[in-house]
Design a protein. Structure first.
Length: 189
């Protein structure tokens, strides 16, 4: 990206860290498998693409350093980890749960109230269909960024429903809005 009136389509992918080459991706998968990385998350930071306050702002047209840094990603992170990790044999189902739930709860001092299915825990459960496939399309997403760097092939594994404190709050095909039902969670050291 250089100069006024340059092709700005690359601005959709300005993020930190940047997308990695194949060798780096292999090293990241090995790090997930070996426990070097304990969580899998998203620095969900979407910006509108075709907006003067987003990726296509006036200063951004002169230098990429003015292009807002971030990508949409929270909605597609689990299906991508499932299809690329579990479905391809890179990680197990148990490692998937640890990387997306249990280890987060432990890291933030919320375990065992969160991050496990056990007597006395909150019973916040995601119902997962490992066989359901869906092509990632921008128009199906719940965010309004106008672009999605993960658009493309069928991804296996999808959330089928969700329970919060054991109560159904989301179930396909009809999605019900989540109403606040709980209190704060006290974090331990």
């Amino acid at each position: 990206m250089k100069g006024l009136n340059m092709d700005m389509s690359g601005s959709k992918y300005v993020c930190s860290p940047p997308p990695r080459d194949t060798d780096s991706q292999k090293a990241i998968w090995e790090g997930l498998k070996q426990g070097v990385f304990q969580t899998f998350s998203s620095d969900h930071c979407p910006f509108f693409y075709d907006s003067p306050r987003g990726k296509l702002n006036e200063k951004g047209r002169t230098s990429f350093k003015w292009v807002p840094n971030g990508l949409p990603g929270v909605e597609t992170r689990m299906p991508v980890l499932w299809s690329e990790g579990v479905a391809k044999g890179r990680i197990s189902m148990n490692e998937f749960v640890a990387l997306t739930s249990t280890n987060h709860a432990k890291l933030y001092g919320l375990y065992p109230q969160k991050g496990t299915i056990a007597v006395g825990s909150d019973a916040d459960i995601v119902l997962w269909d490992p066989n359901r496939k869906e092509t990632i399309r921008r128009l199906r997403r719940h965010r309004l960024a106008g672009h999605d760097h993960r658009q493309g092939p069928d991804r296996g594994g999808r959330r089928q429903g969700r329970r919060c404190h054991g109560r159904r709050v989301l179930h396909r095909p009809r999605q019900e809005p989540l109403r606040p039902a709980g209190g704060g969670v006290t974090r331990t050291a």
